[in-house]
Design a protein around this ligand. Structure first.
Ligand SMILES: Cc1cc2nc3c(=O)[nH]c(=O)nc-3n(C[C@H](O)[C@H](O)[C@H](O)COP(=O)(O)OP(=O)(O)OC[C@H]3O[C@@H](n4cnc5c(N)ncnc54)[C@H](O)[C@@H]3O)c2cc1C
Length: 270
């Protein structure tokens, strides 16, 4: 079974600060880490390989420094890593990101039987990328997976959806986005540390290798534009009212009327 794990390098959230004047995230000096759910996806892929054989490939699109995330994935036990990096990819929204990842998946040999993604990231947090890759490749997809069992040419998966656990059978190739309960992330594999530094196991592809033109990638290939960026207004302080239950109800209704949440007439009909 050939498994590709999509990995995103994200800023380490506790060390993120906003530039309040420019309304941007200050990235300088911020340590980058693998998105936490992508560790879970990687561990799940390693578990599947241990059970079924095959290979695990880590795939990322990002600036050159995201190579560090792939090297870490190799150290964890991935067989191969693919870095998709090109100045043309800068400014990509989720659609343009998914397009590049989907193109890479479509030209990989051997082709992936299973593509694993995190359900969402800790920085942009849209949860778009996995489903958009699956749509572009016309693959079945299941989001929020908490268990995977291989059964002949299919997967039997459980997903948590609105507090309900669904069990679904999915044909291969398929894309799954994973939740934290799927696997317990282990430690670095000592035997793989050396591979993490080998050049042979890391492939670099840019727009040329992927046969993508500048109108379909990066800012130009993005369907969304950031119009404004500002922190949400600070939360108003709450008001604590005291008094008898009758008094509290009267004051609450008066307050709701002042805020035009209920009409003065509303009380008459009841
Ligand atoms: C107009 C616009 C411009 C933007 N410009 C930039 C920019 O210049 N620089 C920048 O860093 N971001 C930029 N972004 C944000 C960027 O689009 C997102 O970071 C990216 O698409 C991933 O979205 P997400 O973090 O919400 O992923 P989600 O959909 O929440 O991620 C789910 C899973 O998909 C996979 N995944 C997500 N991203 C990648 C990836 N890159 N490689 C491999 N797997 C991945 C992972 O498995 C991840 O767990 C921009 C966004 C917009 C709307």
């Amino acid at each position: 079974m050939n498994i590709v794990v999509c990995i995103k390098q994200v800023p380490d959230v506790p060390s993120i600060h906003m530039d309040r004047e420019r309304m941007t995230v200050i990235r300088e000096g911020v340590e980058s880490v693998i998105n936490p759910l992508d560790y879970v996806a990687l561990q799940a892929a390693l578990n599947l390989r241990a059970q079924e054989g095959g290979s695990v490939t880590a795939l990322t699109m990002g600036p050159p420094q995201s190579e560090a995330a792939l090297r870490e994935a190799l150290a964890f036990g991935a067989d191969k890593a693919v870095l998709l990096s090109d100045p043309l990819f800068a400014g990509a929204d989720t659609l343009a990101t998914s397009h590049v990842l989907a193109r890479a998946l479509s030209i990989m040999t051997p082709q992936a039987d299973v593509v694993l993604c995190g359900m969402q990231t800790i920085d942009s947090d849209t949860g778009h990328v996995g489903p958009q890759i699956a749509e572009e490749l016309d693959m079945p997809q299941v989001c929020g997976v908490t268990e995977i069992h291989v059964e002949k040419e299919t997967l039997l998966v459980k997903r948590l959806n609105d507090g309900i656990i669904d069990t679904l059978r999915v044909m291969l190739p398929a894309l799954l986005t994973v939740r934290s309960g799927l696997a317990v992330v282990g430690n670095l594999a000592l035997g793989s540390l050396e591979r993490a530094f080998s050049e042979a196991d890391l492939v670099r592809w840019g727009s040329k290798e992927l046969a993508l033109n500048e109108d379909e990638v990066g800012l130009r290939g993005s369907a969304t534009k950031v119009w404004a960026l500002r922190p949400p207004p600070p939360r108003q302080n709450g008001e604590i009212v005291t008094g008898s239950p009758q008094e509290l109800v009267r004051r609450l209704i008066r307050k709701l009327e002042t805020l035009s949440i209920v009409d003065e007439d509303d009380g008459d009909s009841g």
